[in-house]
Ligand binder design. Structure first.
Ligand SMILES: Nc1ncnc2c1ncn2[C@@H]1O[C@H](COP(=O)(O)OP(=O)(O)O)[C@@H](O)[C@H]1O
Ligand SMILES: Cc1ncc(COP(=O)(O)O)c(C=O)c1O
Length: 270
């Protein structure tokens, strides 16, 4: 079929199914697109150790090989990156985007897993800032990641989020969405969108219980799906906000530690 709309994720595997490549491919399907993937890391969560996340990066050369396979069909309609796992893998992603003249690039600068409070790999965070932000059509940091990328540290208000978005735009990303999510105090889940000249504040009710494991990946994958389908950036972001809200509302409690989103929530109109 020649009218197939193609999407790609370069991300890690979350066997628990809510986040990572699993979230991305499910979301791409919901958007009626054909999903490709290059796996960067395998993440396990240990029920015998308080659900501690162990992250196992794949060899960078193997990520490059996967991307050679994907791009053998030419550039895709839109792509995203998620957890990248090492500086070398960030470089491989950068080269693939440049060499294949890939447009519609969504960078989700994954630095932490929810429930874990250490930056997974500080060098990778710097590499994402320096190598990938200049290639980003949209970058989607959460509150913590936006504080790191902007250098502003802890962000606690919409004004802080706007200042961070401005700084991240200066680093080269064309559009920035700073996600307040559950981390920003208040009754609303607030995200700030900045296109380089105007701010839009996206608001939804804060959903409780927050079955939001995978919400960030799902949001970025939904923006990717929207861009692939030809939506302008601001519409792709607004639709992604509705999509992820429905996914959180339809989420469920997997065990005592984690409640993932359900990526099909939007279709079920929940
Ligand atoms: N409890 C919640 N209720 C409603 N929306 C939420 C909730 N938690 C997160 N979101 C939304 O989900 C999206 C992902 O945000 P967030 O969970 O902060 O990202 P990340 O997974 O990268 O930490 C954002 O649009 C955010 O506002
Ligand atoms: C492979 C992978 N990518 C990304 C994330 C981040 O998930 P979230 O969308 O909840 O921020 C996780 C968290 O567990 C993960 O395992």
């Amino acid at each position: 079929m020649s009218n197939i709309v193609k999407t790609l994720t370069i991300a890690g595997s979350d066997s628990s199914g809510g986040a990572g490549i699993q979230a991305d491919l499910k979301t791409f399907e919901e958007y009626g697109t054909y999903g490709f993937s290059a796996l960067t890391t395998i993440v396990t969560m240990d029920p015998d150790n308080g659900w501690h996340h162990n992250v196992y990066p794949v060899e960078a050369a193997l990520v490059a090989e996967q991307l050679k396979t994907v791009f053998a069909g030419g550039p895709v309609d839109a792509m995203k990156t998620g957890m990248l796992g090492s500086v070398e893998i960030v470089r491989v992603a950068e080269q693939a985007i440049k060499n294949n003249h890939q447009s519609n690039v969504v960078i989700d600068p994954v630095m932490v897993c929810k429930g874990e409070d250490e930056v997974l790999n500080p060098e990778s965070a710097e590499a994402i800032r320096d190598l990938l932000l200049p290639l980003a059509t949209v970058v989607t940091p959460n509150l913590f990641e936006a504080g790191v990328l902007s250098g502003l540290g802890k962000l606690t208000s919409i004004e802080d989020m706007k200042n961070a978005a401005r700084k991240i735009h200066e680093l080269g990303a064309k559009n920035v969405v700073v996600k307040g999510g559950k981390a920003l105090d208040g009754e609303k889940a607030i995200d700030v969108f900045f296109d380089g000249s105007d701010f839009t504040v996206l608001e939804s009710d804060k959903i409780e219980p927050a079955h939001n494991h995978g919400a960030g990946c799902t949001f970025a994958a939904a923006i990717t799906g929207g861009l692939a389908n030809g939506l302008p950036v601001h519409e792709a972001v607004a639709k992604a906000k509705d999509f992820v809200s429905a996914a959180i509302r339809s989420g469920y409690q997997f065990n005592e530690y984690v409640g993932p989103v359900f990526h099909g929530g939007y279709r079920l109109n929940r």
